[in-house]
Design a protein around this ligand. Structure first.
Ligand SMILES: [Zn+2]
Length: 342
């Protein structure tokens, strides 16, 4: 049925979950202490028996993971492979415990292997990188200091792990009953990886695309060790373009419900980023502003925990405008301001 102006999804999220289950993919919703709420992990009933993402490192998450596996007649000891979709601690915190108990292989995209194997030190280095970026873009020092201590308190929800099965972009991960193509899709983080089942037209997409929230292209310290600020939003948009081309019927994200019309959703995201870039252009056309001043105009005084997120949003859109030659950077003392190009 076609209704003018109303998008009718081909398949409802519940039907998509049912189809995924028939394909041997079961969603497990594991609690996290973070604002995002539960994280989706997926059990793939195949050989090897596989868990995609683990949830954060907490007793409550482990408990729920065990219960939800038991409901499916499985236990942690049965797992043979754990796949990590990206470097964020809500997705990988239990990996060490699971690998210890099960002896499962741990798979992750090659570029993130050193990061996962040195997680504590790497997050510390990320925080240093983020702090200097925040100061350069006008965020007050007390906010920067407060945010670093929040980040330290979150660190225990992560864990490092030995990656025994490094994955390469474009390779096929072969199971008894299926093959998943590994596709590196950086943007939300530098290590986002999606897994494409071309036979079933199912994409396990983690935080690369989420139905109910726009995945923030967080600025992240480059995994190659350089300290150039990456253009996270531009990288993310390019990754979304590649995903848009896939003839996917069901996308299984890292949070919330399955996506069944990814092209329409990705087009909505593109439109959102264009609108936001125009708003920012209008602000810097009035007068030069720092990224922090722009963020304050757009969102007011946000919670300390949101300061880096909103900075990433602003810089991402400023990058789009700079690439079009409409905005340029102007170092004003220690703080960078952006101005419109005449
Ligand atoms: Zn997540």
């Amino acid at each position: 049925m076609l209704l003018a102006g109303i998008r009718v999804p081909r398949v409802t999220p519940d039907e998509a979950l049912e189809t995924a289950r028939e394909a041997g993919i079961h969603r497990l919703q594991i609690p996290t202490p973070f604002a995002v709420g539960r994280v989706n992990c997926y059990l793939i009933e195949d050989d090897p028996l596989t868990l995609v993402d683990t949830g954060p490192n907490s007793g409550k998450s482990l408990d729920e993971l065990e219960h939800q596996l038991a409901d499916l007649g499985r236990s942690i000891a049965d797992l043979q492979l754990v796949i990590l979709t990206h470097q964020h601690i809500d997705h990988l915190g239990l990996v060490e415990i699971i690998a210890d108990r099960s002896g499962a292989d741990v798979a992750a995209i090659d570029v993130v292997v050193p990061f996962v194997e040195n997680l504590g030190e790497d997050i510390e280095a990320d925080d240093r990188f983020a702090a200097s970026l925040m100061l350069r873009h006008g965020i007050p020092e007390d906010v920067v200091v407060a945010l670093r201590s929040v980040s330290r308190s979150f660190r225990a929800w992560g864990a490092k792990a030995n990656v025994t099965r490094p994955l390469h972009d474009g390779e096929a991960l072969t199971f008894r009953d299926r093959s998943l193509e590994v596709q590196h899709r950086p943007g939300h983080s530098p290590s986002d990886t999606v897994f494409w089942d071309d036979d079933r037209k199912i994409l396990i997409c983690a935080d690369h695309l989420i139905a109910h929230i726009s995945s923030n292209p967080l600025i992240s310290r480059p995994l190659d060790g350089s300290d150039e600020r990456p253009h996270a939003l531009m990288i993310y948009i390019e990754s979304l373009r590649r995903t848009r081309e896939l003839p996917a019927e069901i996308l299984l994200p890292g949070h919330g419900e399955p996506i069944t019309d990814h092209r329409a959703l990705i087009d909505e995201r593109f439109a959102l980023h264009e609108r936001r870039a125009e708003k920012i252009y209008a602000l810097v056309a009035e007068r030069p502003r720092s990224a922090y001043e722009i963020a304050q105009e757009l969102w007011g005084n946000v919670a300390v925990t949101q300061a880096f997120l909103t900075l990433s949003e602003v810089l991402g859109h400023v990058d789009l405008l700079a690439a079009d030659g409409r905005v340029r950077e102007h170092a004003d003392g220690d703080v960078i301001r952006f101005e419109a190009v005449e």
